[in-house]
Design a protein around this ligand. Structure first.
Ligand code: NAD
Length: 373
């Protein structure tokens, strides 16, 4: 069986599989074919893949010869016709936002596993690409904010005067938000955090952040680790609380997302009006509409001296480590569908295989995806 690894399209820097994970696949008795130049933007040369036992092929060869095609951002619709009959695609296809594309994929008889739909169970943690990438994005968001902020993060007492510590506010204390708290604390900032899930209060506090509570959030405990939509009344109260704290903050990192929905709007223009010039907002929810009213995805907006950085793909800026973790996640996941002889074995009794599968046998099989589109 051949597993093909595609080169991602610009501006993506990551590659789905580094040579170390290619070697792990070869140990599973699979053959690995890598698109020419796939690792270039992740500091990895074609020669590194061949040294690990992989072949280097063109994009069309990968598409037409692979039994499993692995990517991060998915195969383009224009390439579906080039795939081998019965091909399996594995990547992040965001099926809750791309219903029409899922129907096209199903109609072509392609089996699609979308890693962003992996059930968030304890057994799933080693395969959870959303978590591995969000963790790095949370780190990078703080480092990026520190680069754009015209002052320092830590308190400094010098002979020339005292520098006060930066005040950082994190909105959404999931995987990215918790790493952002930890990173901002390591840099010496004072950190406050907001989340709708009361369960994260202790985690925020144990990382040294002050948790700002807004009463009356909808219960997300049965949403399998994901957030749920809040009432308009709750969001209005939350916005007022965020407004109050934002005027004192130097940095705001926003990460609040609800799978399959537009991101909640939590930082209004009037809140940005109340912020000090030189402040920085990094909005990791930019690709789904942004948590800040002024966010533009993949752009830096400067408004009254406040920089608003919209970027939901900061993991791409740590391409080597991000690719390493993504590849390991995929090795762990594909072990569930590759048998000892290096063949494919789709076990629908396995909740992780079933939950991550979006299309199979000509149909959209995933219930959440079918219901959302
Ligand atoms: P996410 O990226 O979907 O959302 C980020 C955060 O935004 C979440 O913490 C969410 O509660 C928060 N949020 C949503 N609406 C908000 C609002 N109006 N105001 C403030 N915050 C809001 O979430 P994520 O980081 O991918 O994961 C969320 C949680 O899922 C994690 O903290 C973890 O507990 C759990 N999880 C479990 C597993 C597992 O068990 N395998 C894996 C990953 C995550």
């Amino acid at each position: 069986m051949t597993i093909g690894i595609l080169k991602e399209q610009a501006p993506e820097n990551r590659v789905a599989v580094l040579p170390e994970s290619a070697a792990a696949f070869i140990k599973l008795n699979a053959q690995i074919a890598v698109e020419q130049g796939a690792g270039n933007n992740a500091s990895t040369a074609d020669a590194d893949y061949t040294a690990a036992g992989a072949k280097i092929l063109s994009r069309d060869e990968i598409l037409s010869q692979s039994d499993i095609v692995i990517s991060i951002n998915g195969v383009e619709e224009a390439d579906f016709g080039k795939l081998k009959n019965g091909a399996i695609l594995v990547g992040q296809y965001l099926p809750l936002y791309n219903g029409a594309k899922m129907k096209t994929i199903a109609a072509k008889g392609i089996t699609l596993f979308s890693m962003d739909m992996l059930p968030r169970t304890t057994r799933g943690q080693a395969m959870d690409v959303l978590s591995s990438q969000a963790n790095l994005a949370g780190y990078k968001a703080v480092v990026l904010a520190a680069t754009h902020y015209p002052k320092l993060f830590p308190m400094l007492m010098t002979a020339a005067g005292t520098i006060t510590p930066a005040k950082v506010m994190i909105i959404g204390a999931g995987v990215a938000g918790l790493q952002a708290i930890a990173t901002a604390k390591r840099l010496g900032a004072q950190v406050e955090a907001f989340d709708t899930r009361p369960a994260v209060k202790e985690e925020c506090q144990s990382l040294g952040a002050k948790f700002i509570e807004v009463e009356g959030a909808a219960d997300a405990s049965k949403a399998g680790g994901y957030a749920v939509e809040q009432s308009a009344e709750f969001i209005a109260r939350q916005k007022a609380k965020i407004h109050e704290h934002a005027s004192k903050a130097d940095i705001i990192i926003t990460t609040a997302q609800i799978p399959g929905r537009k991101a909640p709007l939590l930082v209004e223009k009037t809140t940005v009006d109340a912020m000090k010039p030189g402040s920085v907002i990094v909005d990791l929810a930019a690709s789904t509409g942004g948590n800040c009213e002024l966010t533009k995805d993949r752009e830096i907006v400067i408004y009254n001296g406040v920089k608003i950085i919209g970027n939901s793909n900061l993991a791409s800026d740590t391409a080597l480590d991000a690719s390493k973790l993504y590849g390991k996640n995929l090795v762990n996941f594909l072990k569930l569908i590759i048998n000892k002889e290096g063949g494919i074995n789709l076990n629908w009794e396995d909740d992780l295989v079933k939950g991550t599968c979006i299309t199979h046998g000509g149909n959209v099989t995933n219930e959440k995806v079918a219901a959302a589109n």
